[in-house]
Unconditional design. Structure first.
Lengths: 114, 107
């Protein structure tokens, strides 16, 4: 079956532009996570959904970051007024049920802010 | 203090060697533990879960020491294809990743 799908794979934007990153989780997976990974670092938690409910957004670095999952499947991470420090790989992961089960990752979106 | 700490390496070992990585975590209430593997410019992939009693999957053995709050990964008979970064993951409501340990297996 299909794995976690993210788009676009690469995104280049000018500082100040808004960007939207999409994640299509594995079908039937209840939990969805967004992570930010800087070069040479492990993924850092951003936010977590269970179905359409955003249960934890404690990792979002600023109010410029917003995530939604309105129908409990596809999720979008939006970054407004992008800054250079937002440049990173944004990874989406999903798991079958509870948050503590193994997560399966998408390929990520590599975001570069010029 | 970071939630999860790993030695970044790199560990440079010859083919066939046995190599072990440790990872320490700070939250004693952590409930789930995993090792993920990440190849350069790729997404993390689940290598194995780590159970309290320890578990083995082929050449890979994972151990959990709750008293000392660390988990370990042992790789026997290293292959060239084992070269990657190994991420320690500790979960308590959400996942905390270590920065990864880089392994280079040389011919």
């Amino acid at each position: 079956g299909a794995g976690v799908s993210q788009s676009p794979r690469y995104k280049v934007a000018k500082r100040g532009q808004d960007v939207a990153l999409r994640c299509d989780p594995i079908s039937g997976h209840v939990s969805l996570f967004w992570y930010q990974q800087a070069l040479g670092q492990g993924p850092e938690f951003l936010t977590y959904f269970q179905n359409e409910a955003q249960l934890d957004k404690s990792g979002l670095p600023s109010d410029r970051f917003f995530a939604e999952r309105p129908e409990g499947s596809v999720s979008t991470l939006k970054i407004q007024r992008t800054q250079q420090e937002d440049s990173a790989v944004y990874l989406c992961a999903s798991s079958l049920e509870r948050a503590n089960q193994p997560q399966h990752f998408g390929d990520g979106t590599r975001l570069s802010i010029l | 203090r970071k939630e999860v700490e790993q030695d970044p390496g790199p560990f440079n070992v010859p083919e066939g060697a046995t190599v072990a990585f440790n990872c320490t975590y700070s939250n004693s209430a952590s409930q789930s533990f995993f090792w993920y593997r990440q190849d350069c410019r790729k997404e993390p992939k689940l290598l194995m879960s780590v159970y309290s009693s320890g578990n083995e999957d082929g050449r890979f053995t994972a151990q959990l020491n709750r008293a000392s709050q660390y988990i370990s990964l042992l790789i026997r008979d290293s292959k060239l294809s084992d070269s990657a970064t190994y991420l320690c993951v500790v979960g308590f409501n959400k996942f905390y990743f270590g920065s990864g340990t880089k392994l280079n297996v040389k011919p």
